[in-house]
Ligand binder design. Structure first.
Ligand SMILES: Nc1ncnc2c1ncn2[C@@H]1O[C@H](COP(=O)(O)OP(=O)(O)O)[C@@H](O)[C@H]1O
Ligand SMILES: [Mg+2]
Length: 201
């Protein structure tokens, strides 16, 4: 969904990551204030849902170079300093409804280490307010099912972690020593891609 204006003039490159009306993928940016925020390089404008990135010119590459210095990304929303509740309301609630309407649904977090992916998905365990998307979505699924009396729904849960290109079954009750010997494998069949050997409740 990127639009690339003429960058030979050395001006801003813009990427429109926001959804066009019926588009199925929505992109949100979650930001939070930090003591060492790179204010000169990252500028976000919540009203327009734009984020501007300004890179510093690398002097070593000479005065005349075609190095890109400015990018603009348009999001579906910017969640600045948002609570876990607000993140769920904006990102999660609709996904639950669509899943129960019969569509596949995915929520994915992307960012560098320390950006807040685990905090967003799992949340902090110290208090209930800090719980993340996964516990909130699971609870919303059960609430919705209670309301949808005309629908018959079955729920199955798997919990897979991919870390350093290795798969870990987070619901496996087998002792760790056994997990390695019962290796999981990725298979593709007429139902799509799945993981053989992954626990499913
Ligand atoms: N929005 C937030 N509000 C408060 N603390 C946060 C927030 N996002 C992340 N943190 C904290 O910052 C640290 C790094 O976040 P984490 O989710 O572990 O990053 P990642 O999984 O992307 O590597 C953790 O201690 C986490 O609790
Ligand atoms: Mg993490």
């Amino acid at each position: 969904m990127g639009t690339l204006p003429d960058t030979r003039l050395g001006r801003t490159t813009s990427f429109d990551m926001s959804a066009k009306q019926s588009s199925k993928i929505r992109v949100f940016l979650r930001t939070r204030p930090t003591s060492n925020f790179a204010q000169d390089m990252i500028e976000f404008i919540p009203d327009s849902n734009n984020i501007n990135i300004h890179a510093k010119k690398n002097e070593k590459r000479g005065v005349v170079n075609n190095q890109l210095l400015d990018w603009t990304f348009k999001m579906d929303g910017i969640l600045h300093n948002a609570s876990q509740e607000q993140v769920f309301e904006t990102v999660g609630a609709d996904v639950v409804n669509r899943a129960l309407d019969g569509y596949n649904a995915t929520i994915m977090c992307y960012g560098q280490t320390g950006a807040g992916k685990t905090f967003t998905m799992t949340g902090a365990t110290e208090n209930y307010q800090q719980r993340g998307l996964i516990p909130r979505v699971i609870s919303a699924v059960y609430q919705q099912i209670e309301k949808r009396v005309e629908q018959s729904v079955s729920i199955r849960i798997s919990y897979l972690e991919i870390y350093n290109e290795n798969m870990f079954d987070l619901l496996s009750t087998l002792p760790e020593a056994f997990v390695g010997t019962q290796a999981m494998t990725i298979i593709e069949d007429e139902y799509g891609v799945s993981i053989k050997g992954l626990a499913c409740t």
